[in-house]
Unconditional design. Structure first.
Length: 245
């Protein structure tokens, strides 16, 4: 655990690798991990489960305020539960990925989930020494005062290829259609309420297009270790011969 609490904020477009990289960084540094996208996904899941029309802005905003949500913050067990039901896997399904933007572009929803995210960050700083928190608006709105703010990007081609590599079964055409919706269309919708293609002032951009996963993790660690590495204790001053000349 670092000597003083630390927040590492990481944003990026879909498929840039921010979730897997953030998790690995949190694991390496012994910090908590907060996946804010999972919170929007859990809300979308709950609304669909209860038959709430996702285009009914007021009803979805009320659902956000009522959402009985648990988000696991251990990078090795980041489970998500809604009212006690484990939805960790369910919120990754295509039916959620394809509809979550309707929830995430609701400004009242964003206000409520950002409030919860800030509360979580504060308690993770106090109880776990710090957190790696990732999403779309963390570096700019949720935690603009974070100790480190990084925007992880990758070319559209690289992001499409990474997502396609995760799919199993189906034809190449089906993969192309699914990845295009999850990456290009979703980013276009999500970008109407957050800016995550270009680093804001004071945010460090990291283009991972030509990096391996391990190199991406190392690049983030390199950016933060200046702050995290134990500072060498000041050495007692021993004058050398030069100083006596
Ligand atoms: N150089 C790289 N850096 C990061 N991830 C990579 C890299 N190369 C391949 N990947 C892979 O890309 C995939 C997408 O990563 P991840 O799910 O973390 O993206 P994301 O930005 O969180 O996307 P989303 O916002 O859609 O959840 C993962 O399977 C990851 O292992
Ligand atoms: N801070 C955030 C985090 C996520 N979102 C939106 C964007 C996505 O459509 C959705 C799910 O995120 P993912 O799990 O794919 O990272 O939630 C957002 O608007 N702000």
């Amino acid at each position: 655990m670092p000597a003083s609490p630390i927040t590492i904020a990481i944003d990026g477009p879909s498929g840039s690798g921010k979730s897997s990289v953030s998790k690995a960084v949190a694991r390496t540094l012994g910090l908590a991990y907060l996946d804010t996208g999972a919170m929007y996904r859990a809300l979308a899941w709950w609304c669909l489960e209860r038959g709430t029309d996702l285009t009914d802005q007021a009803a979805v905003a009320q659902a956000a305020r009522d959402l009985p949500l648990h988000v696991g913050t251990d990078p090795d067990a980041a489970d998500v539960r809604v009212d006690g039901t484990d939805v960790t896997e369910a919120i990754r399904q295509t039916r959620i990925s394809s509809q979550v933007s309707a929830v995430a572009t609701n400004l009242d929803v964003r206000a409520e989930l950002r409030r919860r995210q800030r509360e979580l960050i504060d308690s993770l700083r106090a109880e776990r020494g710090g957190v790696v928190v990732e999403g779309r608006d963390i570096t700019t709105v949720v935690a603009p005062d974070a100790d480190h703010r990084i925007l992880v990007t990758a070319s559209e081609q690289a992001r499409l290829a990474r997502r396609a590599a995760e799919l199993h079964g189906g034809t190449a055409e089906e993969h192309l259609a699914a990845t295009h919706d999850q990456i290009v269309r979703r980013d276009r919708d999500d970008a109407t309420v957050s800016a995550f293609f270009e680093p804001a002032d004071g945010v460090t951009g990291l283009d991972t297009s030509d990096l391996t996963f391990e190199q991406s993790v190392q690049a983030v660690l390199d950016l933060v270790t200046g702050r995290l590495a134990p500072q060498p204790a000041p050495q007692p001053h021993t004058p050398d011969l030069q100083e006596h000349r």
